[in-house]
Structure formats: structure tokens, C-alpha cells
Design a protein around this ligand. Structure first.
Ligand SMILES: [Zn+2]
Length: 128
């Protein structure tokens, strides 16, 4: 789980991209490996050069946890699902919140979702 921690580590440009429905990633200039977090060396080839890469924030649900009893400070937001989604274009996995999910029937694995914003909880998702 990462709630407030995620927000603190998210960069303004990442948040702006999320609000536009996109994911800002770092692409290795040598091998093309995509990294979500800021890294100093490519985890695949060791290259130190990166360029910004905007990924479309659409994909499918891989797994999730339903939060009916949320952490302190998030009480008014429950129930919601903390979702891990796999992006269509890159296969990159990213996590975010999907509001108003209270039981598994609301969200079958494989449901198509998209990024719609970023708030105090982190990335906000909705069903496509
Ligand atoms: Zn590389």
C-alpha cells in the first residue's frame, strides 16, 4: 500500500500527466526500456540516458484490494478499490484508486479502466 507516500514521491509533471489521462515514464535512450520511477541507471542495460515518454493511461485490471475500512484520513472515501492495472501500450503496471467499489462483483479481473486524474489518494481510475 502506498497512500500519502505515493503523493509525496510523485513529481508535478507526473501529476499533470495523470490529470490528462496519461502516465509520464522514463524511457532508456539506448534500449527503450520503460521505467516508471526516476532511475539513474537503466535496469535492463545500465545506460544512464533517459527521455520522457508519455504513455496512454488505459489498460486492464490485474489485481486489486477493496478498501472498506480505509486508513486514517481516508474514511469518507470508502469503499474503493486499490487497483493494479496493466497499461495497454507498454505492459507497464501502475496502481491507483477506483472509487465506489464495494465487492468483487463490481470489478472483475480484466475490467478495462483508465486514468482520469490525481488527487490526495494518488492516481484516480474509472471504468472505461
Ligand atoms: Zn536501457
Amino acid at each position: 500500500m502506498c497512500l500519502k507516500v505515493c503523493k509525496l514521491s510523485a513529481k508535478p509533471e507526473f501529476i499533470e500527466a495523470a490529470k490528462s489521462g496519461n502516465v509520464l515514464a522514463r524511457k532508456c535512450t539506448k534500449c527503450g526500456e520503460i521505467h516508471l520511477a526516476t532511475v539513474y541507471y537503466c535496469k535492463k542495460c545500465g545506460n544512464k540516458g533517459f527521455e520522457d515518454s508519455i504513455l496512454k493511461g488505459t489498460g486492464k485490471v490485474i489485481t486489486y484490494t477493496i478498501m472498506t475500512v480505509p486508513p486514517a484520513g481516508f474514511e469518507d472515501l470508502a469503499p474503493y478499490a486499490w487497483v493494479v492495472m496493466e497499461l495497454d501500450d507498454s505492459g507497464i503496471r501502475i496502481s491507483g484508486f477506483l472509487p465506489k467499489i464495494s465487492n468483487p462483483a463490481d470489478l472483475p479481473i480484466g475490467t478495462l479502466v483508465k486514468i482520469t486524474g490525481f488527487d490526495e489518494r494518488g492516481i484516480v481510475l474509472e471504468k472505461q
